[in-house]
Design a binder for this molecule. Structure first.
Ligand SMILES: [Cu+2]
Length: 199
């Protein structure tokens, strides 16, 4: 525990190299899943500025990123979490295997949401008017209203993600930024519950 804190403290000082440093000891399946997660993180970073209107929206780039995420979720993801693989420097909590069905359902829902985002890529954004207020407006305001209207109910489920019955085709009818939010909410829902030190 103390060693871990020292390592993390050192990593914080190292700044940009922090993640690489803190996780440089990862091997085997732990390394495999960290690499897969990092790739998904990079895919999200590539398209996030498009969703907030900071850079021009590129449907092909969104589709490609969404497919990359879909390819690393569902079974491809759960396969990389064999029971009890919490070896340092893994951040996976043991609760993962106590609640395996729930964990696997989040991995499956990420696949659904990412496939939905790939289908929604051509729909463009919800609307420049609504986006000008910035992220906070988007989160708290018109976007959520629009989405819950589409779904005939609240968007957030008890576990912080979308209703399990929603299909990729449903999500594919949404504006791309709405589908994107469903993807990122699914990342967060799983991290909040099954990953140590979520950042
Ligand atoms: Cu790592």
């Amino acid at each position: 525990m103390i060693l871990r804190q020292l390592v993390l403290g050192g990593a914080a000082i190292a700044g940009l190299g922090a993640a690489a440093f803190a996780h440089s000891g990862a091997t085997g399946v732990v390394k495999e899943r960290m690499d897969a997660m990092k790739q998904m993180g990079e895919a999200i970073k590539r398209i996030k500025p498009m969703m907030s209107g900071e850079v021009a929206y590129d449907p092909a780039a969104v589709r490609e990123a969404a497919r990359a995420i879909a390819a690393e979720s569902g079974d491809a993801m759960t396969r990389k979490f064999p029971e009890g693989t919490t070896d340092h420097p893994s951040e996976t909590l043991p609760r993962t295997w106590e609640e395996w069905d729930r964990f696997a359902s989040l991995a499956a829902r990420l696949e659904t949401a990412a496939e939905g985002l790939a289908l929604a890529a051509g729909n463009g954004l919800h609307g420049a008017d609504h986006m000008t207020g910035g992220q906070s407006d988007m989160m708290g305001g018109s976007m959520m209203g629009g989405q819950s209207g589409m779904m005939g109910g609240g968007m957030m489920m008890g576990d912080g993600t979308f209703p399990e019955r929603m299909s990729a085709e449903h999500i594919g009818e949404m504006p791309a930024d709405g589908a994107f939010m469903m993807v990122t909410q699914t990342c967060s829902a799983c991290h909040d519950r099954y990953r140590l030190d979520d950042d």
